[in-house]
Write a protein that binds this ligand. Structure first.
Ligand code: PXG
Length: 442
């Protein structure tokens, strides 16, 4: 037993993720309720949700059809084992996802998070090449600034130094594409930058370096989320697709953030008309209500792995106790229905020009050095305080919260991704608060 008193209000035992624990616990921000576009804070204030929780509550909070589906499922059947057993709704959900997925991505592997989706997709890519008689294809190509969750696979292909440096050696056989962003040329682009697609040509250099016969897959976020909201230049993703096709390399889109309407379409792949071989998802899949992720898999990959051996042999030695958990599945089915009934992906697309005008209205506000947007996502980059990176953005985050707005900051960039049910006056409110906060920070 530790000597630490374990009283209900003691904040000590909970080791918070991706948080400055001592700083937070000295001045905690606790959320106690959520409905539609707002959180309620522990001191009873309404806080406008500018981030859909953490890029996930795309349908808004406390939506009755999702809540009821979760309650009903928990009462009817809490759990069903997913290995050599199943429950009917899991098949139903896979079919619903295949319906909205890009063409030929008709198979679904369920996970419980984005990190698990990434590791699953990487394993599926390896299993595919092996079943296809190309077991020398074992390397992965990620990209500088990529965020692919926190599993060892994900941090290896990821391109954020802070997420790797504490954890010694990672996956071997990984290389990274250079980042595509150039503020001088792309700064203050409205929507997709029109320059920078040629950064994808670096994939040819990596293929020459490693030889195509050793490369399993390329994994990229079709819009860089966590690292600071960088919108992919027009034509970049198609170039990656073409180079991958030329060399028999699989292309994985990590759509944990961009999936389910964030960019005004079911997936970024749909919006940009570029076909990946695998898509990783989580977050918006059930609007963040129950932990869940999924990998959408091309027919060719599924069929090659599943048809590789005799019928009584398990084809993929991979899965999770909670794959297709009944409560998560029920939440996802209700969420997908809500997205459809309220046409929320179209709504995001329709609101996007208003959002774009509103966010670019901050050009010229104190400290703002770039503004980036697409669909209902936005990044506002601030000039860092000399010698104190992230400090200014952190102040903006705290002051915004005090004024009733939840934002996310990453480095010195404010990241915005509101629920897709946001109204125009709430968009105005976000930028009014930010304008006044930016004027008040040094
Ligand atoms: N891929 C991408 C593209 C993500 O954005 C993950 C994988 C991992 O998902 P899980 O469910 O394992 O967390 C993510 C997660 C931020 C932030 O500050 C973003 C994420 C997670 C935590 C913080 O922007 N995205």
């Amino acid at each position: 037993m530790s000597d630490t008193p374990q009283t209900p209000n003691d904040l000590n035992a909970y080791w918070m993720p991706f948080t400055a624990n001592r700083q937070f616990k000295a001045n905690p921000r606790l959320l106690v309720a959520a409905k539609d576009m707002h959180y309620t804070s522990h001191d009873g204030r309404q806080v406008l949700d500018g981030t859909a929780g953490l890029w996930c509550c795309n349908a808004g909070h406390g939506r009755a059809p999702i809540v009821e589906a979760i309650q009903k499922q928990a009462a009817e059947m809490d759990y069903a084992p997913p290995f050599q057993m199943a429950h009917p709704a899991a098949f139903e959900l896979a079919n619903r996802l295949a319906e909205i997925a890009p063409p030929d991505l008709n198979h679904v592997f369920f996970t419980n998070s984005g990190s698990e989706s990434v590791d699953s997709a990487m394993k599926i890519a390896l299993a595919y090449h092996r079943a296809n008689g190309q077991s020398s294809r074992t390397k992965f190509i990620g990209r500088e600034k990529g965020y692919h969750g926190v599993g060892f696979g994900g941090i290896s292909v990821g391109g954020l130094g802070n997420n790797k440096k504490q954890f010694a050696s990672l996956l071997p056989g990984v290389d990274h594409l250079p980042f595509f962003y150039d503020r001088g040329k792309q700064g203050f682009s409205k929507g997709e930058p029109t320059t920078g697609a040629e950064a994808a040509d670096a994939l040819e250099n990596l293929v020459a370096l490693h030889d195509a016969s050793t490369i399993a897959a390329v994994i990229v976020e079709p819009m860089v989320g966590s690292a600071g909201v960088y919108i992919t230049p027009t034509g970049y993703l198609q170039k990656l697709r073409d180079i991958c096709d030329k060399h028999g390399i699989l292309l994985i889109f990590d759509e944990v953030i961009t999936g389910f309407g964030r960019l005004g379409a079911p997936f970024a792949a749909t919006k940009y008309g570029v076909q990946p071989d695998l898509i990783t998802t989580a977050k918006g899949l059930n609007s963040g209500t129950v932990p869940m992720g999924a990998v959408l898999v091309h027919d060719r990959i599924h069929d090659t792995v599943v048809n590789a051996g005799p019928e009584n042999i398990i084809e993929l030695f991979h899965g999770y106790t909670y794959s297709a958990h009944p409560v998560a599945v029920a939440a996802a089915l209700a969420t997908l229905k809500l997205y459809k009934d309220e046409a929320l992906f179209e709504r995001a697309n329709t609101l996007a020009p208003y959002w774009q005008d509103a966010i670019h209205g901050l050009k010229g506000a104190p400290h703002v050095i770039d503004i980036r947007n697409s669909g209902l996502v936005g990044g506002i980059e601030l000039e860092p305080r000399p010698g104190k990176p992230t400090a200014r953005a952190y102040d903006v985050f705290v002051k915004s919260y005090d004024k009733g707005l939840l934002i996310r900051t990453t480095g010195d960039t404010i990241a915005l991704s509101p629920p897709l049910i946001i109204e125009k006056d709430q968009i105005d409110q976000i930028f009014d608060i930010l304008r006044s906060v930016l004027s008040g920070v040094d």
